[in-house]
Write a protein that binds this ligand. Structure first.
Ligand SMILES: Nc1ncnc2c1ncn2[C@@H]1O[C@H](COP(=O)(O)OP(=O)(O)OP(=O)(O)O)[C@@H](O)[C@H]1O
Ligand SMILES: [Mg+2]
Length: 260
């Protein structure tokens, strides 16, 4: 079975495809880092809507706030102002434990430099989010990780450590890890930034297949070829987002959420 068949048959988003539904909704989100005594405004009044199944690129100059935005979206940073709804539920004000459980189930992460643990095999790396979720026996976690790695064409490399496989294979292993819990949302910070052009094309093929299969994908890129492979590009400049809304119609404000 080819990669593309395996991807289209093997993945489920766990969600129906109600196209109007928003996976992400940010309303007036701002983030200030305190750098010593100097405040650094990294995000300023950001509104962003991402519909279910969308494939979106975020572009903007270095330092414009893209990674900060991805950290907020990925529930890695809760220290912001404004409101955030993920899959229709407010996330602001949740405890750290609630956020990490939500992150583990709903979001897969892909990074520029893979973030694979060097002392573990790629099979052990890929099964980690499944083990962490704690809702399946260990052998099922391993089977899910193996299946994902096989879909990524890494079936013959399961017991290799990250440094024993090529750069492109490392990114495919990282994608297998991101998919092991079948998350409906994939977030990627420069997923092709460390790759040569042939490998970039390979990773874009994989992301394109995941998109056709219903996964919502949001990626940061500096590469116009990569943004052109997506359906929509939003631009960040000086912490401000342009074209973040799906329509120009004003929306009702999000309901107030619990505050810590
Ligand atoms: N931990 C931090 N402490 C203080 N300032 C920070 C921190 N992280 C980021 N910043 C600042 O916030 C702003 C936005 O940074 P961010 O990393 O989000 O930019 P970026 O768009 O991802 O840039 P790049 O394209 O270089 O990755 C920058 O001015 C940066 O210096
Ligand atoms: Mg960045």
């Amino acid at each position: 079975m080819g990669l593309s068949t395996a991807l289209s048959t093997g993945l489920s988003t766990g969600l129906d495809t109600e196209s109007e539904e928003l996976v992400i909704r940010l309303d007036d989100v701002s983030k200030t880092y305190q750098h010593g005594s100097v405040p650094v405004r990294a995000l300023s009044h950001v509104d962003l809507e991402i519909a279910r199944g969308e494939y979106t690129a975020i572009m903007g100059p270095s330092g414009s706030g893209k990674s900060t935005l991805l950290h907020v979206l990925g529930l890695l940073d809760a220290g912001y102002e404004g409101r955030y709804e993920l899959l229709g539920e407010p996330v602001s004000g949740r405890t750290a434990e609630e956020l990490s459980a939500l992150r583990n189930r709903q979001i897969g992460f892909i990074f520029q430099t893979f973030h694979l643990l060097p002392h573990l095999s790629i099979l052990e790396n890929a099964e980690l989010p499944a083990l962490y979720a704690g809702n399946r026996p260990a052998r099922e976690c391993r089977a899910a990780a193996r299946a994902r790695l096989e879909q990524m064409g890494l079936g013959s490399r399961l017991n290799h450590k990250p440094q024993e496989i090529s750069i492109g294979q490392r990114q495919r292993a990282a994608i297998a890890r991101a998919l092991v819990n079948d998350p409906p949302l994939l977030l990627a910070d420069e997923p092709t930034g460390a790759l040569d052009s042939k490998t970039v094309a390979e990773i874009l093929d994989i992301l394109g297949e995941l998109h056709s299969n219903g996964t919502t994908i949001l990626l940061i890129t500096h590469d116009r070829d990569v943004s052109e492979a997506t359906e929509r590009t939003v631009h960040v400049r000086d912490g401000q987002m342009h074209d973040g809304r799906l329509s120009d119609e004003p929306r009702a404000p999000l309901r107030e959420t619990r505050r810590p």
